[in-house]
Design a protein around this ligand. Sequence first.
Ligand code: ADP
Length: 307
Amino acid sequence: ALFVLGSFVVACSATVERLPRAGESLQAQAFLVEPGGKGLNLAVGARRLGATVDGLLAIGEDVLSALAEPALIRAGLPPGMLRRFPGPTGAGIGFTDAAGENCLAVHPGANARLGAGAVREVAGRIAAAALVLAQFEAGDEAVAETFRIARGAGARTLLNPSPFRLPGPEILRETRILVVNAVEAAAFAAALGLPVPEAEATAFAAFARALHARGPDLVVVTLGAGGAVAFPAGGGAQVQPAFPVAAVDTLGAGDAFTAGLAVGLAEGRPLPECLRIAAACGACVVRRAGVFDALPERTAVEAMLAG
Ligand code: ADP
């Protein structure tokens, strides 16, 4: 089974001809509200691939919190994943223009209240998982405590440090699998004082080696339409091209990819096969607008893999 540490964010997005300027009101061509957040996306992504998934997602006490439970039920996830805190639910608002350019602001709301105490309350459920996933819409204390419990119980841990901040040495030491996109990898390398790699797969080898020395035994860098590259400690780089699809909306590609990688690894599949599944998941998501409904079922992934 998989365990996913928060977040829950209600995502609102307006489709506009061009991004509004300061002080300007524009008419939008479309408006979409959907339950999201990296934690929910990873959980839904993994569940749709057939995995047993548990987790901890923070919601507030406002009207937006009411979207969480139906979303979990619709995705076949346990409503017991939700933990309610005083104050607002995490929410984001974004604009996407005709060229696909976007801008976005996210308020963490209840996600910021999820601390080590709430994590300890579900220690038994974390310890029951074979693979534990965290991302950085959760706070450092929550991630560190989750990984401590996971590692103490012999579980593998996967970290997607997004939105990017530098993971502290303890979190990094307890991370077995690290997944970053090219922008995060560049920020990470710069923060460690390493040369910043170009978006060329093999250029990330020195960065990956530096991380192997700090904890993770598998480093995966995603490169959008350029695919992905994985660096297992003590092995050679494994390049995974992207599946050629017409991209409609690239939001959620990283979450879908990470969910696919996690499920493949939890199923005990060899790394190259896990990377193919992950890339197929990412490709499925970019073909459709939005994220929640776009995260693929296993059958859609199998169809993509079969070509
Ligand atoms: P993030 O969403 O975190 O920025 P990426 O953009 O690197 O992550 O995308 C993650 C993965 O999704 C890529 O490694 C690739 O496999 C897949 N993907 C992303 N964009 C495309 C695309 N335009 N066409 C096909 N696959 C894509």
